[in-house]
Design a binder for this molecule. Structure first.
Ligand SMILES: Cc1cc2nc3c(=O)[nH]c(=O)nc-3n(C[C@H](O)[C@H](O)[C@H](O)COP(=O)(O)O)c2cc1C
Length: 160
């Protein structure tokens, strides 16, 4: 497959999506952009699910820290998110609202704990004017590193 110039864009709250993102990007040798909310949710323990879940459920678009991205410079976008309340994370919702990505190749992935809902389909809907090459989900990547790496290698081999 000819991916052309590729960037992997992701958000990660607790490191799982970051782990998957870096393993994919290092194998493809592509650029990376980690988006971050201007204010990260501060809660830990159970309350993080309450505050973060509420934000996701309400389809909030929290302001992001400034980032530098020229979407015209890329042919392929790989976009990754943790699953929050059965959908993609609020920072990615902000990102989609700020960037019209059209006519590109797109790969989506998500990280979850077993309840991914329609997250991948919803990510595809948010970038619907594109060509979808592949999608993948990863269950608890930092706890299942071996299976995760195996799945990443399969995904990357499909893309190469
Ligand atoms: C606010 C919040 C909501 C979550 N909602 C879900 C969910 O609906 N389904 C699920 O399987 N996991 C859910 N999780 C777990 C994360 O998706 C999972 O731990 C993921 O690997 C985290 O990625 P990260 O480490 O990159 O942030 C939630 C986590 C948080 C913090």
């Amino acid at each position: 497959m000819e991916l052309g110039k590729t960037i992997l864009i992701y958000y990660s709250f607790e490191g799982n999506t970051h782990f998957v993102a870096t393993e994919i990007a290092s194998r493809l040798g592509c650029d990376m952009l980690r988006i971050e909310p201007a204010q990260e949710i501060k809660s830990h323990g159970f309350m993080k699910y309450v505050w973060g879940g509420r934000q996701a459920f309400m389809k909030k678009t929290p302001p992001l820290k400034e980032y530098d991205l020229d979407t015209d410079a890329y042919d392929t976008f790989i976009v990754g998110s943790p699953v929050w309340a059965w959908t993609y994370s609020p920072p990615l919702r902000t990102f989609f609202s700020q960037n019209d990505i059209e006519g590109k190749n797109v790969v989506v992935f998500c990280c979850h704990e077993g309840g991914m809902g329609n997250t991948l389909k919803e990510m595809e809907m948010a970038m619907k004017w594109n060509k979808f090459l592949a999608e993948a989900d990863f269950k608890a990547p930092l706890k299942n590193r071996e299976q995760t790496i195996a799945k990443i290698e399969k995904l990357v081999s499909e893309l190469k």
